[in-house]
Design a protein around this ligand. Structure first.
Ligand SMILES: NC(=O)c1ccc[n+]([C@@H]2O[C@H](COP(=O)([O-])OP(=O)(O)OC[C@H]3O[C@@H](n4cnc5c(N)ncnc54)[C@H](O)[C@@H]3O)[C@@H](O)[C@H]2O)c1
Length: 266
């Protein structure tokens, strides 16, 4: 049975990814400090018994080294992160501590333990800054300036991945995710508007649209996102790859779509 490690395994995306990997027959080791992740997200994974092990551990911890030595994962999915733009604006150093130093700890331990590949959760919504053209291409990253410390930390880890591949022989694929939505998502997160609109419209209350509602994002469903992570185990070596629909969806359009689906009449 092949062992894989998922950091951020109690989070929105990491927990769905763990479920999918277990369903495909992998043994999954999940690491999470539960800062935003939730034990409730592990319920399905725990149903797989011994194939699933959860460690309540900080990605920056020294103990990560012995965990790698003991379990010898073949592939590491690195999703553990301070995952919000707003907290990073308030405290850039705290963001960098988790997102940069935590990532370096994971990469260092992974390369020492002979891990074959790291699949990393980068962020399409933030690493490209304000691209002149949409959808942003992967090459935009070379000439872009992220607008937030979160975008900067997410971007710099892609550069570190390049270093580890070249000098330590650790393969990688970085997935630049659009705004991911689906069950278990945090309503405060980047695609929170989807879950907020759905729950409010189902309750019969009218959601507030901030601004003129013309602001657009690339919203991508959790199952498609998870599929991209699984595909990246054997594809996209040494690449930054966008994961999204390639389509701009405005908040107003989203409002109309969800109103139609929920039968909401505002
Ligand atoms: N959700 C999105 O739309 C989106 C978009 C682009 C990128 N991403 C990235 O994808 C990854 C997963 O995002 P998510 O939406 O599932 O967010 P999430 O907050 O649900 O998941 C992140 C997980 O990391 C854990 N974590 C935080 N700090 C940690 C630390 N120091 N040590 C160990 N674990 C720690 C949290 O407890 C949480 O479970 C993140 O790296 C995020 O930056 C998400």
């Amino acid at each position: 049975m092949t062992t894989v490690l998922v950091t951020g395994g109690a989070g929105f995306i990491g927990s769905h990814l763990s479920d999918r990997l277990l369903a495909e027959g992998y043994r999954v080791i999940a690491v999470d400090d539960l800062s935003t992740g939730r034990i409730a997200n592990l319920a399905d994974a725990r149903g797989y018994g011994k194939a699933y092990t959860f460690f309540n551990m900080d990605a920056r911890a020294e103990g990560l080294g012995s965990l790698f030595e003991r379990h010898r994962p073949e592939v590491v999915f690195h999703l553990a992160a301070q995952s919000g733009v707003r907290p990073s604006l308030a405290d850039p150093a705290a963001d960098a501590s988790v997102n940069v130093m935590g990532s370096l700890n994971v990469l260092e331990r992974a390369s020492q333990a002979g891990v074959r590949k790291v699949v990393y959760a980068a962020s399409g919504g933030t690493i490209y800054g304000e691209p002149r053209r949409l959808p942003a291409k992967e090459s935009t990253a070379q000439a872009s300036f992220p607008l937030s410390p979160y975008g900067i930390s997410k971007k710099v880890v892609v550069d570190y991945l390049g270093f580890y591949q070249r000098y330590r022989g650790l393969d990688f694929t970085a997935l630049s995710l659009g705004n991911v939505y689906g069950p278990r998502q945090d309503p405060q997160g980047e695609a929170g508007v989807v879950s907020i609109f759905i729950s409010q419209m189902l309750e019969g209350s009218s959601p507030t649209i901030f601004g003129d509602g013309n602001q657009t994002r690339d919203y991508v469903f959790i199952d498609d996102t998870v599929h991209a992570f699984v595909q990246a185990m054997d594809r996209g070596s040494g690449k930054l790859v966008n994961v999204g629909t390639g389509l701009e969806t405005s908040v107003n359009h989203l409002y109309r779509l969800i109103a139609e689906m929920t039968g909401f009449r505002g």
